[in-house]
Design a protein around this ligand. Sequence first.
Ligand SMILES: *[C@@H]1O[C@H](CO)[C@@H](O)[C@H](O)[C@H]1NC(C)=O
Ligand SMILES: *[C@@H]1O[C@H](CO)[C@@H](O)[C@H](O)[C@H]1NC(C)=O
Length: 587
Amino acid sequence: MRRERALRILLLALAAVFSLLYLDPRVLTGTDIDDVELDAVPTKSEPANNVTLKQPEHVFLVNGLVEIVDPAAPHPIYELIQKAEAEWKGKLARASTTFTQAVAEYRRRWDYVREHAVELPDEYDQINDDLEPFWGLEPKDFLAIRSELEAKIDSYTVGKSATTGVHVVNTSFAPGKYDQLIKGSVAVVDLLRDVEDRLPPFRAVFSPHDSPNRLSDYFVEEAARRAARQNKYVRRNQLPNIDPTGWISACSPGSPARDFSIDEASEPPPPNSKKTFIHDHKLAMDPCLHPRHFWRHGQLLSYDKGPTPQRELVPEFSYCSSHLHHNIRFPTPYGWVDDLSHGDNPDWQDRPDERVLWRGSNTGIFHSQKTRWRTSQRALLMQLTNNIRGSISILGPSNSPTDPVGQPVQIRSARVNPGIFDVAFAGDPIMCDKQTCELLQKLFPWRKRQSAKDAGEYRYVLDVDGNGWSGRFKRLITSNALVFKASLYPEWWLDRVQPWVHYIPIQLDLNDLHDAVIFFRGDSSGVGAHEDLARKIAEQGRAWSRRFWRREDMVAHFYRLILEYARLMSEDREAMSYHSQTDLSLC
Ligand SMILES: *[C@@H]1O[C@H](CO)[C@@H](O)[C@H](O)[C@H]1NC(C)=O
Ligand SMILES: *[C@@H]1O[C@H](CO)[C@@H](O)[C@H](O)[C@H]1NC(C)=O
């Protein structure tokens, strides 16, 4: 799938080259298209014919970022929004409305999808991507690994047999942890209850913790994916030896992260010297493409160079996963809300506070003299948005899509931060030793916890990761506020949403936060604001949440996931399969 994505990007790049050719004045003046040579890229030295000079453009990088190389080009956010809207429309238009395959399991799921009017029934790339490596494992080996996994400490197994409905069929928790760790299973089982009569028998092991735990070895995963693509199997004892270099074991050779030594002694790679925004949120989350993530995210920082990767592929379900892990992600019901009361969720124009809101605990990493919490995401967020010393480089407000974006300017932090951010920790320090707790009290702002009503005063909200993925995103996107989101974890719904249409994607290191915020709300006196766009995206986000992230949408996704997974669990996978993979895309 990664390769497919790379291919898609290559195709996009080719498309861009072709569209450049179309802008070539010779084409516009009627030169036969056959005369256009690929290497004849238009240059300034060509005879001017007053038709069109090449528009200044931004560079869309393969790592998911768009880079401002020409200050004469317009502010890139206009183009990002426009492209995202077109992509979203395309996605909606492509959605299947019929199902022709007469295979019973899928037919039943399709019935569920139709009965509950589930939209975007085809956007299940994430499921295919998560399960693909397991298709490459010999079924007997897959079953053995899965069964051994049931004994792993801190896991619970959800299943269904020929005679019982869906329930927790096994648990394995550290002594004394049962009551705390079993809690999460209740809502998970509850989701599957809605379709339990339609599900085949299965047993699936779940991690009760917030973050993914199955670090991939690139070569092991690739061997299994390759086998899967060739409709072959690889035996567990024939998998390549792991390359135990820590986190970067999961990265492909040649990926940027392989150029760095990721450990506590080394400095993070410097940020991009040019201004960048995200054009592909999933790619922008990948630490292999963005090695700075290793210095910025608690899950990665906590283990320095990283743990030893798994020797084989382990099919463990978890609330979230990352580009480095092969946990199977599922639609987590944690933090799901159907709607907010209107009293707590006023309309955009009735929200008086134009600052960006964030409140939360200092989670993400344990804070002590020995840990690297100082550069973790939430600590960084506090510094970046509350700092009033020195200056910060920002893109000035943009008046229109035809104005040049211009060069970044240095502005005193004291003139920016207090006016545009209301960001503080809530309550008292947690996850810290006594000494460090006291230090945290001094270093960072601490305020009272906010009620839902207080939060409803703000037009802009920020969402960052905690110990794992952010469980509050569903609540935020359901509100009438505009959400800025920075995360390491591509969640189960990412294929079903459109960043820049429904929320604003922000880089994990928050490098683009000030620039994106200022584009929408203007500078600290509101100059250059695009409140119309902000309001539109906020409202589209809420509408998306209400229409595409209903309980039924989670059930339909989970249903599909368990069907696919149950096929993996069969020693005779063919018998439970379609005849070809292409048919699957119909369901
Ligand atoms: C291009 O425009 C300029 C000024 O408008 C004019 O003087 C010149 O003759 C034009 N050149 C051509 C090739 O049409
Ligand atoms: C249930 O888990 C235990 C370990 O906690 C394991 O020994 C046992 O084999 C599991 N049961 C089944 C049926 O797999």
